[in-house]
Design a protein around this ligand. Structure first.
Ligand code: SAM
Length: 234
């Protein structure tokens, strides 16, 4: 697993040290152990974990400025927040998820890999987005596989400071991106770019949508828990 991780991360221009690689090994072992007891991931082969979880998560690094304060919304088993923190000692990371069992897993990973400047938060993005200790306090919000882009922007953009950015990791859906235009604008954002690429050595397509925050998010957003998904802004 170590060789594959090194090789594939090099292909996306991320050079991991031996110490960082060994943290990924610990993370992978904990992921497989805990996955026997609680549902964390359907991906269980080492090579697939490396490609579809670790390397996929690391593709977000180049969009994160030096020393950024980052929140990973709906982090699940820690993607992309934990790989980001392992690879980038300069950033501070908050991992947010509404499922407490997953938070317990993440705390175990943080402890066993000795990560610093990283914390977990149990709760819903809709609630924390209205909490003044979290609202507009982050340079970057990231999210992978949580909701469609309109809903996801309502969950994530409130956390971002004006002039910061929201980075959405997505499969291919031009239609979804077009449908989210109105929500992005109403919430204070603007699509800066959409980068399309394949995961290294595969034809698996990925899109990274970079949304710049240009205005404050109006106070009524995010709406109450469940509404952003049930009634997406159109
Ligand atoms: N980001 C991870 C990944 O890419 O592997 C996890 C994706 S998983 C499909 C979606 C996660 O988002 C779940 O762990 C779920 O509990 C969390 N989630 C969904 N809606 C949420 C909300 N409104 N607030 C906080 N967490 C949420």
């Amino acid at each position: 697993m170590e060789t594959l991780l090194k090789e594939l991360s090099n292909k996306i221009e991320v050079n991991l040290t031996e110490e960082q690689i060994s943290k990924f090994v610990t993370y992978k072992e904990l992921l497989k152990d805990w996955n026997q007891k609680i549902n964390l991931t359907a991906i269980t082969e080492d090579s697939e974990i490396v490609l579809k979880h670790f390397v996929d998560s690391l593709t977000v690094l180049k969009y994160i400025p030096q020393n950024a304060n980052v929140i990973d919304v709906g982090t699940g088993a820690g993607f992309p927040g934990i790989p980001t923190k392992i690879a980038r000692e300069d950033v501070s990371v908050t991992l947010l998820d509404s499922l407490n069992k997953r938070i317990n897993f993440l705390n175990d990973v943080i402890e066993k890999t000795n990560l610093e400047n990283i914390k977990t938060v149990h709760g819903r993005a809709e609630d924390f987005g209205q909490n003044k200790e979290y609202r507009e306090r982050y340079d970057v919000a990231v999210a992978r596989a949580v909701a469609n882009l309109s809903t996801l922007t309502e969950l994530c953009l409130p956390f971002v400071k004006v002039s910061g950015s929201f980075i959405a990791m997505k499969g291919n859906s031009t239609e979804e991106f077009e449908e989210a235009q109105k929500a992005i604008e109403m919430l204070g954002g603007k699509i800066e770019k959409i980068d399309k690429f394949n995961l290294p050595g595969t034809d698996i397509e990925r899109n990274i949508v970079v949304i710049k925050k240009i205005n404050k998010t109006p106070n009524q957003y995010p709406r109450k828990a469940g509404t952003p998904a049930n009634k997406p802004i159109k």
